[in-house]
Design a protein around this ligand. Structure first.
Ligand code: SAM
Length: 244
Protein backbone atom coordinates (compact mmCIF):
# COMPACT_ATOMS: atom_id res chain seq x y z
CA UNK A 1 0.00 0.00 0.00
CA UNK A 2 1.44 3.44 -0.90
CA UNK A 3 2.39 5.64 2.03
CA UNK A 4 2.75 9.42 2.10
CA UNK A 5 4.17 11.32 5.07
CA UNK A 6 3.79 15.09 5.20
CA UNK A 7 6.06 17.37 7.23
CA UNK A 8 4.55 20.76 8.05
CA UNK A 9 4.35 23.44 10.72
CA UNK A 10 0.56 23.58 10.19
CA UNK A 11 -0.72 20.00 10.60
CA UNK A 12 -4.23 21.30 11.30
CA UNK A 13 -4.57 22.41 7.68
CA UNK A 14 -4.73 18.75 6.64
CA UNK A 15 -7.46 17.59 9.03
CA UNK A 16 -10.56 17.96 6.85
CA UNK A 17 -8.59 17.36 3.68
CA UNK A 18 -7.62 13.86 4.82
CA UNK A 19 -11.10 12.91 5.98
CA UNK A 20 -13.29 13.97 3.08
CA UNK A 21 -14.12 12.75 -0.40
CA UNK A 22 -12.12 10.19 -2.39
CA UNK A 23 -9.03 10.57 -0.23
CA UNK A 24 -10.94 10.00 3.02
CA UNK A 25 -12.55 6.89 1.55
CA UNK A 26 -9.23 5.63 0.15
CA UNK A 27 -7.64 5.95 3.59
CA UNK A 28 -10.54 4.23 5.34
CA UNK A 29 -10.46 1.40 2.78
CA UNK A 30 -6.73 0.94 3.38
CA UNK A 31 -5.69 1.88 -0.17
CA UNK A 32 -3.24 4.54 0.99
CA UNK A 33 -1.66 5.69 4.25
CA UNK A 34 -1.22 9.44 4.72
CA UNK A 35 0.34 10.72 7.94
CA UNK A 36 1.00 14.32 8.93
CA UNK A 37 3.99 15.26 11.12
CA UNK A 38 4.43 18.51 13.02
CA UNK A 39 7.88 19.91 12.30
CA UNK A 40 7.93 21.52 15.75
CA UNK A 41 8.14 18.04 17.31
CA UNK A 42 11.63 17.86 15.83
CA UNK A 43 12.73 21.31 17.03
CA UNK A 44 14.86 21.66 20.11
CA UNK A 45 15.37 24.47 22.62
CA UNK A 46 12.97 26.25 24.89
CA UNK A 47 11.00 27.88 22.07
CA UNK A 48 11.11 24.96 19.62
CA UNK A 49 11.99 27.45 16.90
CA UNK A 50 11.74 26.23 13.33
CA UNK A 51 12.77 29.52 11.70
CA UNK A 52 15.54 32.10 11.91
CA UNK A 53 16.68 35.26 10.18
CA UNK A 54 18.59 34.84 6.90
CA UNK A 55 22.35 35.36 6.82
CA UNK A 56 23.21 38.43 4.77
CA UNK A 57 19.97 40.14 5.72
CA UNK A 58 16.81 40.37 3.68
CA UNK A 59 13.12 40.16 4.39
CA UNK A 60 11.40 37.55 6.52
CA UNK A 61 12.62 34.34 8.09
CA UNK A 62 13.94 31.02 6.81
CA UNK A 63 13.25 27.48 7.94
CA UNK A 64 16.16 26.26 10.04
CA UNK A 65 18.01 23.19 8.78
CA UNK A 66 18.21 21.17 12.03
CA UNK A 67 14.50 20.36 12.61
CA UNK A 68 13.91 19.78 8.89
CA UNK A 69 16.77 17.34 8.51
CA UNK A 70 15.87 15.61 11.79
CA UNK A 71 12.23 15.19 10.71
CA UNK A 72 13.10 13.93 7.22
CA UNK A 73 15.78 11.52 8.42
CA UNK A 74 13.55 10.12 11.16
CA UNK A 75 11.01 9.20 8.47
CA UNK A 76 13.05 8.37 5.39
CA UNK A 77 16.51 7.71 6.81
CA UNK A 78 19.65 9.44 5.56
CA UNK A 79 19.93 10.37 1.91
CA UNK A 80 21.36 7.57 -0.19
CA UNK A 81 20.56 4.25 -1.80
CA UNK A 82 19.29 2.72 1.46
CA UNK A 83 16.72 5.46 1.94
CA UNK A 84 13.19 4.23 2.74
CA UNK A 85 11.26 7.01 0.96
CA UNK A 86 11.52 9.49 -1.89
CA UNK A 87 11.70 12.94 -0.25
CA UNK A 88 10.07 15.82 -2.13
CA UNK A 89 10.34 19.44 -1.05
CA UNK A 90 7.52 21.65 -2.31
CA UNK A 91 9.19 24.67 -3.85
CA UNK A 92 8.39 27.21 -6.58
CA UNK A 93 11.91 26.51 -7.82
CA UNK A 94 11.29 22.80 -8.37
CA UNK A 95 10.33 20.81 -11.43
CA UNK A 96 6.84 21.83 -12.52
CA UNK A 97 4.30 19.14 -11.67
CA UNK A 98 2.67 17.33 -14.58
CA UNK A 99 0.30 14.40 -14.88
CA UNK A 100 3.13 12.07 -15.96
CA UNK A 101 4.98 12.89 -12.75
CA UNK A 102 1.90 12.09 -10.68
CA UNK A 103 1.61 8.75 -12.43
CA UNK A 104 5.22 8.00 -11.50
CA UNK A 105 4.66 9.07 -7.91
CA UNK A 106 1.55 6.89 -7.69
CA UNK A 107 3.84 3.90 -8.28
CA UNK A 108 6.26 4.96 -5.55
CA UNK A 109 5.76 2.97 -2.38
CA UNK A 110 6.71 5.65 0.13
CA UNK A 111 6.91 9.41 -0.34
CA UNK A 112 7.74 12.17 2.15
CA UNK A 113 6.39 15.63 1.25
CA UNK A 114 8.09 18.55 2.98
CA UNK A 115 6.17 21.83 3.19
CA UNK A 116 8.21 25.01 3.27
CA UNK A 117 6.99 28.25 4.88
CA UNK A 118 8.33 31.76 5.49
CA UNK A 119 10.84 32.83 2.81
CA UNK A 120 11.80 29.22 2.19
CA UNK A 121 14.31 26.68 3.44
CA UNK A 122 17.99 26.80 4.40
CA UNK A 123 19.78 25.43 1.33
CA UNK A 124 21.84 22.98 3.40
CA UNK A 125 18.67 21.14 4.45
CA UNK A 126 17.79 20.76 0.77
CA UNK A 127 21.24 19.45 -0.10
CA UNK A 128 21.45 17.09 2.85
CA UNK A 129 17.98 15.61 3.00
CA UNK A 130 15.83 16.34 -0.07
CA UNK A 131 15.75 14.09 -3.15
CA UNK A 132 13.91 16.49 -5.44
CA UNK A 133 12.01 19.78 -5.46
CA UNK A 134 8.56 20.00 -6.99
CA UNK A 135 6.60 23.10 -7.96
CA UNK A 136 2.88 23.23 -8.70
CA UNK A 137 3.27 26.23 -11.01
CA UNK A 138 5.01 29.48 -11.69
CA UNK A 139 3.55 31.49 -8.83
CA UNK A 140 4.42 31.84 -5.16
CA UNK A 141 2.16 30.65 -2.35
CA UNK A 142 2.77 31.25 1.34
CA UNK A 143 3.51 27.62 2.11
CA UNK A 144 3.94 24.11 0.75
CA UNK A 145 0.74 22.77 2.31
CA UNK A 146 -1.60 23.50 -0.62
CA UNK A 147 1.00 22.19 -3.11
CA UNK A 148 1.35 19.03 -0.96
CA UNK A 149 -2.43 18.61 -1.04
CA UNK A 150 -2.40 18.98 -4.82
CA UNK A 151 0.15 16.18 -5.08
CA UNK A 152 -1.69 13.90 -2.66
CA UNK A 153 -5.03 14.42 -4.39
CA UNK A 154 -3.62 13.98 -7.89
CA UNK A 155 -1.66 10.91 -6.89
CA UNK A 156 -4.30 9.12 -4.83
CA UNK A 157 -6.89 9.11 -7.61
CA UNK A 158 -4.39 7.13 -9.73
CA UNK A 159 -4.11 4.33 -7.16
CA UNK A 160 -6.03 1.30 -8.45
CA UNK A 161 -9.47 1.00 -6.85
CA UNK A 162 -9.71 4.60 -5.64
CA UNK A 163 -11.89 5.85 -8.49
CA UNK A 164 -15.28 4.16 -8.71
CA UNK A 165 -14.76 3.78 -12.46
CA UNK A 166 -11.12 3.34 -13.54
CA UNK A 167 -12.18 4.51 -17.01
CA UNK A 168 -12.38 8.07 -15.57
CA UNK A 169 -8.61 8.38 -15.16
CA UNK A 170 -7.98 6.75 -18.56
CA UNK A 171 -9.99 9.32 -20.50
CA UNK A 172 -9.08 12.46 -18.60
CA UNK A 173 -7.15 15.49 -19.77
CA UNK A 174 -3.41 15.01 -20.35
CA UNK A 175 -3.76 11.30 -21.11
CA UNK A 176 -2.36 10.84 -24.60
CA UNK A 177 -1.30 14.48 -24.69
CA UNK A 178 -4.84 15.80 -25.09
CA UNK A 179 -7.51 17.61 -23.14
CA UNK A 180 -10.77 15.83 -22.53
CA UNK A 181 -13.76 16.49 -24.82
CA UNK A 182 -16.57 18.77 -23.55
CA UNK A 183 -19.07 16.98 -21.30
CA UNK A 184 -22.81 17.36 -20.71
CA UNK A 185 -25.39 16.04 -18.25
CA UNK A 186 -29.16 16.46 -17.85
CA UNK A 187 -31.24 18.45 -18.68
CA UNK A 188 -31.04 17.98 -22.46
CA UNK A 189 -31.80 21.66 -22.84
CA UNK A 190 -30.69 24.44 -20.48
CA UNK A 191 -31.38 28.13 -21.07
CA UNK A 192 -31.83 27.50 -24.76
CA UNK A 193 -28.63 25.47 -25.10
CA UNK A 194 -28.91 21.87 -26.20
CA UNK A 195 -26.61 18.87 -26.06
CA UNK A 196 -24.75 17.60 -29.17
CA UNK A 197 -27.14 15.23 -30.96
CA UNK A 198 -24.59 12.39 -31.13
CA UNK A 199 -24.48 12.11 -27.32
CA UNK A 200 -28.21 11.34 -27.28
CA UNK A 201 -27.98 8.83 -30.14
CA UNK A 202 -27.04 5.73 -28.13
CA UNK A 203 -24.45 4.93 -30.83
CA UNK A 204 -21.34 4.22 -28.72
CA UNK A 205 -19.00 4.11 -31.70
CA UNK A 206 -20.21 7.48 -32.94
CA UNK A 207 -19.93 8.94 -29.43
CA UNK A 208 -16.36 7.69 -29.10
CA UNK A 209 -15.40 9.13 -32.52
CA UNK A 210 -17.04 12.48 -31.63
CA UNK A 211 -15.15 12.60 -28.32
CA UNK A 212 -11.79 11.95 -29.97
CA UNK A 213 -12.45 14.63 -32.59
CA UNK A 214 -13.61 17.11 -29.95
CA UNK A 215 -10.63 16.34 -27.74
CA UNK A 216 -8.30 17.09 -30.67
CA UNK A 217 -10.05 20.36 -31.54
CA UNK A 218 -10.30 21.40 -27.90
CA UNK A 219 -6.59 20.74 -27.37
CA UNK A 220 -5.55 22.58 -30.54
CA UNK A 221 -7.62 25.61 -29.52
CA UNK A 222 -6.77 25.76 -25.83
CA UNK A 223 -3.38 24.12 -25.46
CA UNK A 224 -1.50 24.11 -28.76
CA UNK A 225 1.62 23.44 -26.68
CA UNK A 226 0.43 19.95 -25.82
CA UNK A 227 1.81 17.59 -28.38
CA UNK A 228 -1.19 15.56 -29.54
CA UNK A 229 0.88 12.65 -30.78
CA UNK A 230 -1.71 9.94 -30.30
CA UNK A 231 -5.08 9.70 -31.94
CA UNK A 232 -7.07 8.50 -28.98
CA UNK A 233 -7.55 9.90 -25.49
CA UNK A 234 -6.62 7.29 -22.95
CA UNK A 235 -3.57 5.96 -24.72
CA UNK A 236 -0.17 6.76 -23.32
CA UNK A 237 1.77 9.21 -25.41
CA UNK A 238 4.52 7.50 -27.40
CA UNK A 239 7.85 9.25 -27.61
CA UNK A 240 8.94 9.94 -31.19
CA UNK A 241 11.50 7.43 -32.42
CA UNK A 242 14.57 8.76 -34.14
CA UNK A 243 14.75 7.66 -37.75
CA UNK A 244 18.02 5.83 -38.30
N1 SAM B 1 11.37 32.76 -1.30
C1 SAM B 1 10.95 31.64 -2.07
C2 SAM B 1 11.28 31.87 -3.53
O1 SAM B 1 11.29 33.02 -3.96
O2 SAM B 1 11.53 30.89 -4.26
C3 SAM B 1 9.43 31.40 -1.91
C4 SAM B 1 9.06 30.93 -0.55
S1 SAM B 1 7.33 30.66 -0.38
C5 SAM B 1 6.75 32.18 0.22
C6 SAM B 1 7.23 29.61 1.03
C7 SAM B 1 7.06 28.14 0.73
O3 SAM B 1 5.84 27.93 0.03
C8 SAM B 1 8.11 27.50 -0.13
O4 SAM B 1 9.25 27.13 0.62
C9 SAM B 1 7.38 26.29 -0.69
O5 SAM B 1 7.40 25.20 0.21
C10 SAM B 1 5.95 26.79 -0.80
N2 SAM B 1 5.56 27.19 -2.16
C11 SAM B 1 5.23 28.41 -2.57
N3 SAM B 1 4.90 28.44 -3.87
C12 SAM B 1 5.02 27.17 -4.32
C13 SAM B 1 4.83 26.55 -5.58
N4 SAM B 1 4.45 27.22 -6.65
N5 SAM B 1 5.02 25.21 -5.67
C14 SAM B 1 5.41 24.50 -4.59
N6 SAM B 1 5.62 25.04 -3.37
C15 SAM B 1 5.43 26.36 -3.22
Amino acid sequence: MPRIDIVTIFPGLFEAFLEESLLGAARREGRVVVEVHDLRDFATGRHRAVDDAPYGGGPGMLMKPEPLVAAIESLAGPKGPERLARVLLLSPQGERLQQAKLAKLAETEYIVLVCGRYEGVDQRAVELAVDEEVSIGDYVLSGGEVPAMAIVEGLVRLIPGVLGNPESARTESFQGGMLEAPQFTRPAEFRGLGVPEVLLSGDHGAVERWRIEQARTHTRQRRPDLAAETTEPGTVRQSKRKES
